[in-house]
Design a protein around this ligand. Structure first.
Ligand SMILES: Cc1cc2nc3c(=O)[nH]c(=O)nc-3n(C[C@H](O)[C@H](O)[C@H](O)COP(=O)(O)O)c2cc1C
Length: 360
């Protein structure tokens, strides 16, 4: 099963299953000399963990991280950094009843078709628990990026058909939904609570913004920064749409309405009159804020009775047990931030080779 690694210069490999003994990540390419402790990692894992509120899965995992290698006296040594998180609250019995059934909207069918067998307990490798490793690695990338003045913020901007009307960055982490609009947050949270009570689920949209980026990150042709970002976000389970800047709505406009006009230079940086491009031109950052959005589908594992087929193709009644997120959005925010930070750190390291003067 290849495809568990991401990045070229700051390369991560995640491992582990939802109901296995543990999950983790190995980072290859973190420079020596970075101050790093468990606390830096734990802060992000706590934002990702289940059981944070009634808006998320009720699985109770502390997700306590242990850094196994690559550190000496709280500084990175340049050696691979290996991190582990043990699975504690595993109830595999809930999955026994439908182990031969294919959950609609989940990866059960395709894993069986491809591998001929699958770890049905908690969805195995297709579970969102795999992202524990991504978030742990993303915390290391974030620490380096923050030192460079680069900061990434994610937030929920739509649940069902309710959209935010304003962005208060300070409010994002003050509500369990991670919505930046106080009024809309209440409305959105009650939508999630209602579908949860009905044994159903709901989708939504997340926006991610990065500020403080230099111009020049990303390379033509296949390593365009938007291509890398799309790949990183689309690799998160349940993502069904991705856009940069104005995204899909730009297709309804005229060039004269959407071209970001360059109006001068300030402190060596080009100033634009708008940011419809989302901070990227020709696959390379232009020094403006990076803005991307992605759509998440409603969680497929719902407790409402459904029909599906079993391995032999027979139609059966299906009642899914286990603890599931009624909406993927609140917990997907730190995961998306981690993926964006991993793409950016990789591009920054790659940029050290973009011109000869960067080497001296
Ligand atoms: C934060 C987050 C939490 C998730 N929680 C669940 C869950 O509780 N139950 C579930 O069936 N799927 C959950 N998923 C979605 C599955 O991982 C995903 O639907 C599955 O891997 C199939 O992949 P696909 O939807 O991209 O086709 C979650 C995804 C994310 C990003």
């Amino acid at each position: 099963m290849p495809g568990n690694s991401f990045g070229n210069f700051f390369r991560i490999t995640t491992w582990g299953e939802s109901h296995g003994k543990a999950l983790g990540v190995v980072i290859d390419g973190c420079p020596a000399g970075l101050s790093l402790t468990d606390k830096d990692i734990q802060f992000e894992l706590d934002r990702r963990k289940p059981g944070q509120s009634i808006l998320t899965s009720q699985r109770k995992e502390d997700d306590k991280v242990q850094i196994l290698s690559g550190l000496f006296k709280n500084k990175t040594t340049g050696a691979p950094i290996s991190m582990i998180v043990h699975n504690i609250d595993v109830i595999s019995k809930s999955y026994e009843d439908f182990k031969d059934m294919y959950r609609p909207g989940h990866a059960d069918l395709t894993y069986d078709e491809k591998y001929g067998l699958r770890d049905y307990r908690g969805g195995g490798r297709s579970s969102n628990r795999e992202t524990v490793g991504r978030v742990a690695a993303g915390a290391v990338a974030k620490k380096i990026l923050n030192k460079m003045g680069i900061k990434t913020y994610g937030y929920v901007c739509q649940i069902g058909n309710v959209k935010i009307e304003k962005i208060d960055f300070k409010y994002i982490e003050k509500n369990p939904l991670r919505c930046p609009d106080k009024n809309k947050s209440k409305e959105m949270s009650s939508i999630i609570d209602n579908v949860r009570r009905e044994g159903d689920s709901i989708g939504g949209v997340i926006e991610v913004r990065t500020i403080g980026l230099p111009a020049g990150l990303g390379s033509p042709v296949f390593n365009k920064i938007d291509a890398r970002l799309a790949s990183s976000i689309m690799s998160i389970g349940g993502v069904r749409g991705f856009e940069i800047g104005m995204g899909f709505s730009i297709s309804e406009k005229k060039g004269s309405e959407v071209n970001d006009i360059m109006i001068g230079k300030k402190k060596g940086k080009v100033v634009f009159s708008s940011n419809n491009a989302g901070g990227i031109l020709g696959g390379i950052t232009n020094g403006q804020d990076l803005i991307l959005r992605f759509a998440l589908k409603p969680t497929s594992s719902i407790s409402k009775p459904q029909k599906s087929i079993n391995k032999s193709g027979k139609v059966r009644n299906l009642k899914i047990k286990g603890r599931h997120d009624p909406c993927l959005c609140p917990r997907a925010v730190p995961i998306a931030e981690a993926m964006v930070n991993l793409v950016l750190i990789d591009a920054i390291f790659e940029n050290k080779l973009s011109k000869i003067e960067n080497l001296f």
